[in-house]
Design a binder for this molecule. Sequence first.
Ligand code: F6P
Length: 254
Amino acid sequence: VVMKEVFQTRTMEEELEKKLGVKDVHIVPGDSDEYSWVQKEMGRACVGLIKQKMSSKENIIAVTGGTSIAAVAEMLVPDSDLKETLFVPARGGLGEQVENQANTICATMARKAMGSYRLLHVPDQLSKESYESLINEPTVKEILQLIHSATMVIHGIGEAETMAKRRNSSEEMLKKIHEKKAVAEAFGYYFDQSGDIIHKVLTIGLQLEDLNDIPDIIAVAGGSSKADAIEAYMKQRPSQVLVTDEGAARAILT
Ligand code: F6P
């Protein structure tokens, strides 16, 4: 029975790789919408991949916020491969609660892996003026340089409306999401079903186009409710690796 399940998972992974145009898909059993341990299993699978992808040179890992990436942090354990790793947040404030913020997650990862970390202290709502002046601050510039030299990015993908609400976005913003039919969110960008950007949160750090220069990108997102979001995001911006669950995989494939 176990053998048969292994085969079925591999087949589903291959189908998903083809459908989404992603090089490498990893599916854990179950649906994280139903059971919280499934998200932890995605976290565990992601930790395994991080270790595999570590290079012998300097490793800088940039991470986003959210519960899925928090689960990755939770699963990290001290490891000689990870000891010299520097963890940084991918982008500045996006309106998440403290425990789900990229800064918090990145500090937890560093503590668990016995690596080091640098933080980005940026308010969630940035005006154009503050944005311009912030990026010219020497301390901010220094960390931005580190973020841009990330060797690996680990990020979440969310459902557009869920994310807009979770961030206490304005009525106007919620209306925009609705009118422009946004279905996915990642890195502070909102996407429609074709993967086109319909809105972007103004904050410093990695911009979507910067991802082209980063050697390893791992997306961690599961739960059948995220099926459309995962598919929409992956359409135009494939991360090379997707860690997901059976719930999302089945929903995308049917
Ligand atoms: O807000 C950070 C973020 O990574 C978003 O870009 C993404 O949509 C969301 O978190 C995913 O959160 P969760 O893993 O909790 O669904």
